[in-house]
Design a protein around this ligand. Structure first.
Ligand SMILES: [Zn+2]
Length: 461
């Protein structure tokens, strides 16, 4: 350990209680981005972050407005010759309902059995907070940071990051960097340290099937008109085989084939399948038998129906042929699929289904790109080494099934590696009642980050 790092570690060891109190204060602010009534709380949370950054020696600290909630920006750029890192986290949180399932109110943090319980404890205010303290530890214990940093803390991640891409574009001149570090992910089942190297992309669409101009009497007209709900059922059934394989022509054409090394990495992950089946409450898992469940989650595309409606839904019976029927569908995408090309293929497959007597429309609602970081990149390898030094265990490399829009935006806009270095325990109950963070994960996360900044100073550029 370098002398500088030893000083930083000593600072961390000597400030544990002050840090925990500060973390609790941050969690008390109900920064729910999607609810208009919390607009002033969002400002309070942004100001909280900005006040720490400014007090602890970061520069150009700014609560930067967007048409929605602000982005908090700050930098420190005095490590001459060293790489520049962008750190991304978000200070907004999910809504808290159902409130009655919380043991204590979601914004009254509770500490019990080595865990802190509150909305945002893990996702993502806890992780943002440990980054604030990593900067403080270096600047106060050593008077400098080993690297140049630019902090970009978003306030709309939980409500779709609607204004984030425009903010990135407008602020492009102050976003030059060599690496982006996103701390909004976590460890693997059993709380084993992990680096997320892949995220899936998304294509979300709606199908509208329109028949007669009004709901019709099914006695008077049944037998003479196409039923939109049946037409929709035919369309949906045509999109997959009974084994669950997507039948859309060309859908898999650009799907990157897993290498033997990548498959070996998936096979190393200790997934307890029967435990998963039990937790999900399903009789068995269902998916392409040619792949392991974690491969299906991280490296294979999907097509799912997210919602389905049309016709009479009330109590009892109403004998109609519905005028229209609808479905929302989505595809999770993997390298090297293109979201809009996938939409065109799905749309063509839907329109090719022979359902005479109705009209069918397919509209794309949203889309986002997948991301995949190379395992052998020096920035990824350095993160893995720091995790192992702090947590005493070689980290797993994960490819997650979900999406973090900001990660793909950074990768696309800057063309630099995005390292997804997050520390939450897998049972953190993010987005659910009694969200919680294991305090040892938080403290270990902080110690990993301070080491990582020193390790990145030697990154070949
Ligand atoms: Zn998050």
């Amino acid at each position: 350990m370098s002398d500088a790092l030893a000083r930083v570690e000593a600072f961390i060891a000597g400030t544990a209680q002050e840090r925990l109190d500060d973390y609790v204060d941050f969690l008390r602010i109900p920064s729910i981005s999607t609810l208009g009534e919390h607009k002033s709380d969002m400002i309070a949370a942004a100001e909280f972050v900005a006040s720490r950054l400014a007090a602890w020696g970061l520069e150009h600290v700014e609560v930067s407005p967007t048409p929605g909630h602000p982005v908090v920006y700050a930098d420190w750029l005095h490590a001459e010759g060293a790489p520049t890192v962008i750190v991304y986290c978000h200070y907004d949180v999910q809504p808290v309902d159902p409130l009655e399932l919380w043991v204590r109110p979601p914004f009254e943090p509770r500490i019990e059995a080595g865990r802190i319980f509150a909305r945002g404890a893990a996702d993502d205010k806890g992780q943002l907070h440990l980054h604030l303290w990593a900067a403080r530890a270096w600047l106060q214990a050593d008077g400098r940071l080993p690297i140049n940093v630019r902090y970009v803390f978003e306030g709309e991640e939980e409500s779709g990051s609607i204004n984030f891409d425009a903010w990135l574009t407008a602020n492009r001149p102050r976003l030059d960097a060599d690496v982006v570090v996103v701390s909004d992910t976590g460890f693997f089942e059993g709380n084993h340290p992990a680096l997320t190297i892949g995220l899936r992309g998304l294509m979300y669409a709606q199908i509208d099937v329109t028949g007669p101009s009004l709901d019709l009497h099914s006695g008077t007209y049944g037998g003479n008109v196409q039923n939109p709900a049946i037409a929709l059922a035919r369309i949906i059934a045509s999109l997959k085989t009974e084994d669950g394989l997507v039948t859309v022509p060309g859908f898999h054409d650009e799907v990157r084939v897993l290498t033997a090394d990548e498959r070996a990495e998936f096979a190393r992950l200790p997934l307890d399948e029967s435990d998963l089946v039990q937790r999900l409450g399903v009789p068995e898992l269902f998916g392409d038998p040619a792949f392991l469940p974690l491969e299906r989650r991280g490296a294979r595309p999907t097509l799912d129906v997210n919602g389905l409606w049309g016709g009479f839904q009330g109590e009892g019976a109403k004998t109609i042929i519905p005028a229209h029927a609808h479905a929302k569908i989505s595809c999770r995408l993997v390298p090297d699929m293109d979201p809009l090309r996938t939409f065109e293929r799905v749309r063509e497959a839907i329109l090719a289904v022979p359902v005479p007597g109705v009209t069918v429309d397919v509209t794309v609602l949203s889309h986002g790109m997948w991301s995949l970081a190379p395992i052998d990149h020096p920035a990824t390898q350095a993160a893995a080494r720091c995790l192992e030094e702090v947590f005493g265990e070689r980290p797993y490399y994960l490819r997650e099934g979900g999406s973090i829009p900001a990660a793909a935006s950074f990768a696309t806009m800057l063309g630099v590696p995005v390292v997804l270095l997050g520390f939450t325990n897998p049972d953190d109950q993010a987005h659910a009642p009694n969200e919680q963070m294991v305090l040892a994960n938080y403290e270990g996360g902080l110690r990993t980050i301070v080491r990582y900044w020193e390790a990145l100073a030697d990154l070949p550029r």
